[in-house]
Design a protein around this ligand. Structure first.
Ligand code: G6P
Length: 613
């Protein structure tokens, strides 16, 4: 979703902002713009990619040591040059960029119109900058004070950066429910939606909290106040991100790089937390709350998109290995349903970005209702990580491709480790079985590595054969039902082929009506316990001339004879199969999308981090 970058320092702001915007591209956007301060305000904005903006600014005045840049993902108003950010107030004195949604913008807009304000865009953002300007001019206030007063009138979510032509050596930034990070460099400061535009300038950052306003000048540095006008203090954190992690490293797309990183990222997720020889798993985040976790009556899992699919796998894991009742919830539904949450419940939030607006709000509600909250998050220091009582980072490194791959396997790895710990601590997994499972889990990175090498050619071949399909079904049972959902999501997200995930046995209750010689049916047929039943499902599909692609366990000859195409995965314990069976489905979606000419890393209309509801 929208990306923000701003700079104040001794260097030229333009190259810093443009580089920053290209780092933010992965979040998903449809227009981009910048504003530069050099005694006057130069604002340039364009529909489409950052490339278009660069082209547009050629031969234009891009001087100035202070500036802001924005990538917009349209919410209010279509993606075009006018609705692109930055936006100015009525007199052109103030300029602002915004991520989030101002929910009461219509009321504010009509009040401002009564005071003579006219608006050129359809955005809620333009209303906010007019409001700030109205307050500033009425009372002749400093920019930060006008921003603070304006924000007390606003409902909704915002991360903003504002500049004032009459106060050219200052930027003001504020946030509520949308992330904002301030980078503290040598004679420079950056403000950004996440650390990716900051890391090449400094590793020292401060995370702004909700309802805080930061005033930044080179003279006085960073001053933060809350909306009650009280000064707040912050710890400076060191970010661990490396620039190489933000580059494609020789791959055509970030998604492909991230798929191939999985043997390493799964191992990174386990590192220091598991010892196969000694046969134990430990998670620092769980240890502090072990008594409450062990005695929990129920676990509620919250997530969206791929993270919700990881949660579905967790339901099988926790019930099977730890006999803990689990409910998996779409965060967006949970938060508006008045759900029953008790203080003996554990509420687990799964989020790659740690910033998904619905997951954050649902978690906040569960915390208020007394549950113990635990985060499974990738981005260190993100809002969800900071909101939870405890948690474990998956440590898979930055995920740039919009379609989640390595974060999914990191989440499932983490959830598997948690299930093993709880299974053992709750007395349902005898020590010998627990140790056997720990040993097998430690072999997964090597099995993923082997699988990637072995399936590559076959997957590319199948993608070539199937790239013109229009409709597809993904079927799985047990642990592989959520994998079917995830496989379907991958294909539809990046190749735009219609894809539905279904529990294999449910096929007879509807989807079977769609099966003919054009229907592609992916069957994840690795489960030992449900193998024969899945074979029957494949026969049912073949009887109706559907095209079957089956993911099977190495050496499975029965299904090979039935299916049109098969992909083999190494054998493992049944609870760990999702970590393997999902890999060829990711790769297949990738190659299909590439063959269809799609922009795999930035699929249309999608955002990496959904910071508005
Ligand atoms: C978006 C992304 C998905 C992601 C989902 C949840 O839809 O495109 O890849 O799974 O948000 O995001 P989170 O950061 O909370 O895991």
């Amino acid at each position: 979703m929208c990306g923000i970058v701003a700079y104040i320092g001794t260097k030229d702001a333009y190259p810093v902002l443009i580089k920053g915007l290209s780092r933010l591209e992965y979040r998903g956007y449809d227009s981009a713009g910048i504003a530069l301060q050099n005694g006057t305000l130069n604002i340039y904005k364009k529909k489409g990619k950052v490339e278009n903006l660069i082209e547009f600014t050629k031969n234009k005045d891009t001087s100035g040591h202070v500036g802001m840049g924005h990538t917009r993902w349209a919410t209010h108003g279509k993606p075009d040059d006018t609705n692109a950010h930055p936006h100015t107030g009525g007199t052109g004195r103030l300029v602002l960029i915004h991520n989030g949604i101002i929910e009461n913008y219509a009321v504010l807009k009509s009040a401002l119109q009564k005071h003579g304000h006219t608006f050129s865009s359809e955005t809620d953002t333009e209303v906010l900058v007019h409001l700030i300007e109205e307050i500033q001019l009425r009372e002749n206030l400093a920019l930060e004070e006008a921003v603070r007063q304006a924000l007390t009138q606003v409902t909704g979510a915002y991360a903003i950066v504002v500049m004032d032509r009459e106060d050219p050596h200052k930027i003001v930034a504020a946030r509520k429910s949308s992330p904002l990070v301030v980078g503290i460099g040598k004679e420079s400061f950056l403000v950004a939606s996440d650390a990716t535009p900051i890391v090449e300038h400094t590793k020292n950052v401060v995370y702004l909290d909700d309802e805080e306003v930061a005033t930044i000048t080179l003279e006085h540095g960073l001053v933060i106040k809350n909306l009650r006008n009280e000064t707040t203090t912050h710890t400076v954190h060191a970010i661990e991100l490396q620039i190489e992690q933000l580059e494609k490293g020789g791959y055509d797309y970030f998604m492909l790089k991230e798929i191939y990183e999985q043997p390493v990222t799964i191992a990174e997720c386990m590192r220091g937390r598991m010892n196969a020889e000694e046969g134990w798993v430990r998670l620092g985040g769980m240890e502090e709350h072990m008594k409450r976790l062990v005695n929990a009556q129920r676990m509620i899992i919250l997530g969206c998109g791929t993270s919700w699919h990881a949660g579905m796998i967790a339901e099988y894991l926790f019930e099977d290995l730890a006999r803990l009742p689990v409910e998996v919830e779409y965060a967006s539904e949970f938060r508006y349903r008045n759900p029953v949450v008790r203080d003996q419940d554990i509420v687990l939030a799964i989020s790659q970005s740690g910033e998904t607006a619905d997951t954050f709000a649902a978690l906040e509600m569960a915390k208020e209702r007394g549950a113990l909250t635990y985060g499974i998050v990738n981005v260190v220091g993100s809002s969800i990580a900071r909101l939870t009582h405890s948690g474990s980072y998956i440590h898979v490194g930055p995920e740039i491709g919009v379609a989640s791959t390595k974060a999914f396997t990191g989440q499932v790895t983490m959830l598997t480790m948690m299930a093993l710990i709880l299974g053992y601590e709750r007395g349902y997994l005898p020590k010998s079985r627990y140790q056997e499972l720990v040993q097998e889990l430690s072999r997964i990175p090597e099995k993923v590595d082997r699988l990637l090498k072995n399936c590559q050619k076959q997957v590319e071949y199948i993608a070539g054969e199937l790239k013109d399909a229009v409709n597809s079904l993904y079927l799985g049972r047990g642990y592989n039902f959520p994998v079917a959902l995830e496989g379907a999501l991958k294909l539809k997200e990046i190749s735009y082929i219609h894809a539905e995930g279904y529990p294999a046995a449910e096929m007879k209750h509807g989807p079977i009506a769609l099966i003919d010689e054009n229907m592609l049916v992916f069957v994840i047929a690795t489960n030992k316990s449900a193998h024969d039943k899945v074979v029957s499902n494949i026969q049912e599909v073949k009887a109706r001339k559907g095209i079957v692609v089956a993911v099977v366990t190495e050496g499975d000859t029965d299904i090979k004879e039935l299916a049109d195409f098969t992909i083999e995965i190494p054998e493992t314990e049944e609870p760990f199969t999702p970590l393997l069976s999902v890999i060829p489905l990711q790769l297949l979606a990738y190659h299909t999308a590439v063959l269809r000419g799609c922009n795999v890393d930035q699929p249309r209309n999608l955002a990496k981090s959904v910071t508005v509801e």
